[in-house]
Each structure stands twice: as structure tokens, then as C-alpha cells.
Write a protein that binds this ligand. Structure first.
Ligand SMILES: *Cc1c(COP(=O)(O)O)cnc(C)c1O
Length: 372
């Protein structure tokens, strides 16, 4: 190892990934507790169904969901949910706000569907977010609350002037649990557990409004061919029974339950949002006062509180910086590949201790003094 960061400068936990993200060591206790009587048992029986029930009811509470919203889940992660939405939620024409890699993938999935009209796609410059405008005739609007590839966030709001009954689909994969939300502003607020919920990937979860549930039922009973595993009605039916259509990863559910218990005990969504806000405040303050670093997202209001992207002067090789941090146990600060920037990307989900973010900035300074 070429550069050794003194131990006293290093964060207590060096995981700053944007997903999968830090799993708190305490979460493993529940996994161990369930290790011999719940892990490795049937997902159709009460012990695993109890986990699913807790995930659903706890999330409903944590997200402050209106009474008539339902938490629905299934296997496959957020990427799979784009296909679910393509088959089961969009009636004919959708509008997509594309501001990076993730939002562009959903738009591409819809554009390729032969049974849907060509979607209307609004593209933002990477690092920016533009609120969607109403398009007459559009029945679905889609955007990301937090674009994880660029570190830009936007508030969850209904599109002004949209047709009556148009659904608002919000990709909250990295926003849910770390950013504020009023679920009345969304019809489908969907995410996966490997970001703020500090679990493993492979599951999708969605808070669905009555309008979204009704759209799902209508499309499901229409003559559209829907692959069974992508049929949202099937997921709704199974979720209501605290089950999934096919076998879930039980450990993923358990890790998510333990994280939800911790978040709820701390004070719920306000607590979670405040943790990430404090971490990001420390990071952006440091960037502000550091001559060789700058925030990639120009508009301070759009700078994500859960995933920060920090550009470095050309004199500093950010890839070497990330590699050196990694050699010292400070991992996953590499930027999103496709962005091709001389930058670091830092995940600051609620599990991350704000003090560890402060330690990270000290580590960056230590390494930069030796590689610049
Ligand atoms: C991580 C992420 C995804 C992809 O999630 P998977 O569960 O890996 O499919 C999608 N959208 C956003 C905004 C993300 O951050």
C-alpha cells in the first residue's frame, strides 16, 4: 500500500456506497436471531409472512402513507419494477423526466414496448433536474426523486395541469427513507431495499394510491398480454396476504425489518431525513471551503442529501484518490462510470454516521496532499 491513512483519521465505518450501501452491524443481530427458525423456512407460513407483514405495516407508517395507500412488494428490484410498470401501469402514453442513467433506463423500457405509444421524454443536463410539464393525453408521469447516477434530487410533486386520473410514478430507489415525501403527491412511490433501508437488493417495494391500484386492476383484466411475473395485480394480491408471488430472499426481508425498527425507534422519517441532511451539510460545507473540490450539481437546492457528487480539479486524479481510500478501508466512493467525471460519489443514507462523513473529508485531505 503506497499511502497509509492514520487510523485516527479513518471513519469508524468506511462504507460510503450509493447502493448496496452500509448495513449497520447491529442489523445482523436479527438475522442471527432468525437464523435457525425463520431463515430456511417456507415463505407461505406464518414466520416469514410475519416479516412481510412487518415490512408492509412499518413502511406504511414510516412513509406517512395515507390510510388508503397500500404497500406492495415483489422480487426483482427497481429495474424489474420498470417492466412491471410498463406492462401493468401505463395505459397508453407516459411522460418521463430523464436526468441520468436510471431515469433513462425506464424511459427506454417503455419506448421499446410495442403496445404503448411513443413516450414523451424530457431530458435534463446531467446534474440538473427539470420538473415535468403536463402533456395533454398522457396517462402516466415518471421521474426519479433522487437520480443516483448524478447526485441530483427533486421534490415529489404532482405535475401541474396533468389530465385528471394521470398517475405519478416516482422512482424513489435512493430517495425513499432519506428524503422527505408527502405520498399524496405520488401514486406509485417505488424503491428497493439496498439504499436507505440498508438491506440487500433483489426486492421492489411500492406505496400505491387507490388510483394506481385501480389502474392496475383495469389493465390486468384487459386483453393486454402480461407476463405473469410482471403482472402487478398478482403482486398486489400476494402482498395483501403478506406473501410474494415467488420465493423472496428471507434474509433481505429480515435486514429490512431490523433497519425499519431502528429508523422508527429513532423517530421515523424525520429522524432519517435529519441524519442524511446532517451528513450532507458537513460534506457540502467541506466542499465549499476546499479549493480543489466543487459540487457537481450546480443548484444548491438540487444537491442530493443522500448521494453527493464531488468534482475534483484536474491536478487531482479522483480515480487514484478513490483507489487509495479503498486500500485504506474507505470504500465505494467511485463515481458512476457513465458520467465520466473526475469525481467522487458519496452515499450518505441514514445508516451513515455524520461523524464518519467528517472523517471521510479528513481522509480525502490526507490523500490529496500526497497525490496532488
Ligand atoms: C439503484 C437505483 C435503481 C436500480 O435499482 P435495482 O434494485 O438495482 O434495480 C433504480 N433507480 C434508482 C434511482 C436507483 O438509485
Amino acid at each position: 500500500m503506497s499511502i497509509v491513512i492514520p487510523r485516527e483519521l479513518r471513519p469508524a465505518d468506511g462504507r460510503f456506497g450509493s447502493g448496496p450501501s452500509k448495513v449497520r452491524p447491529e442489523q445482523l443481530d436479527l438475522l442471527r436471531d432468525l437464523g435457525t427458525d425463520v431463515l430456511g423456512t417456507s415463505h407461505r407460513q406464518e414466520p416469514v409472512r410475519a416479516l412481510v407483514r412487518e415490512v408492509r405495516s412499518s413502511l406504511h407508517d414510516f412513509l406517512g402513507a395515507p390510510e388508503d395507500y397500500e404497500i406492495v412488494l415483489g422480487n426483482g428490484g427497481s429495474t424489474l419494477f420498470w417492466d412491471v410498470a410498463t406492462f401493468s401501469l401505463i395505459r397508453e402514453r407516459s411522460v418521463h423526466g430523464v436526468c441520468g442513467e436510471f431515469s433513462s433506463k425506464f424511459a427506454a423500457a417503455v419506448a421499446a414496448a410495442p403496445f404503448l405509444a411513443e413516450p414523451v421524454v424530457t431530458r435534463s443536463v446531467p446534474g440538473e433536474v427539470d420538473p415535468l410539464s403536463a402533456v395533454p393525453g398522457a396517462d402516466t408521469y415518471a421521474y426519479a426523486q433522487n437520480e443516483t447516477s448524478t447526485g441530483a434530487m427533486q421534490p415529489v410533486r404532482r405535475v401541474t395541469g396533468a389530465d385528471a386520473g394521470a398517475l405519478m410514478l416516482v422512482d424513489a430507489t435512493s430517495g425513499a427513507g432519506g428524503l422527505p415525501v408527502d405520498l399524496r403527491e405520488a401514486d406509485v412511490y417505488y424503491f428497493a431495499p439496498q439504499k436507505s433501508f440498508a438491506s440487500d437488493g433483489g426486492l421492489w417495494l411500492a406505496a400505491m394510491s387507490p388510483a394506481a391500484l385501480e389502474r392496475t386492476a383495469t389493465i390486468s383484466s384487459s386483453d393486454r398480454w402480461i407476463p405473469p411475473s410482471l403482472n402487478l395485480q398478482t403482486a398486489v394480491d400476494n402482498s395483501r396476504l403478506d406473501q410474494t408471488y415467488n420465493t423472496p430472499a428471507v434474509a433481505t426481508l429480515a435486514l429490512m425489518v431490523s433497519q425499519l425498527r431502528w429508523l422508527q425507534a429513532g423517530g421515523g422519517l424525520d429522524f432519517a431525513v435529519a441524519r442524511s441532511a446532517e451528513s450532507s451539510r458537513r460534506l457540502y460545507d467541506w466542499v465549499e471551503h476546499t479549493s480543489y473540490a466543487s459540487a457537481f450539481v450546480a443548484d444548491p437546492a438540487a444537491r442530493s442529501r443522500v448521494v453527493a457528487t464531488v468534482d475534483f480539479d484536474d491536478a487531482i486524479d479522483a480515480a487514484l484518490l478513490a483507489r487509495t481510500l479503498r486500500e485504506n478501508g474507505v470504500v465505494d466512493t467511485e463515481p458512476y462510470r457513465a458520467l465520466k467525471r473526475n469525481q467522487l460519489r458519496i452515499g450518505m443514507y441514514p445508516s451513515v454516521d455524520p461523524d464518519d462523513v467528517s472523517a471521510l473529508t479528513a481522509c480525502i485531505e490526507y490523500v490529496v496532499q500526497r497525490i496532488a
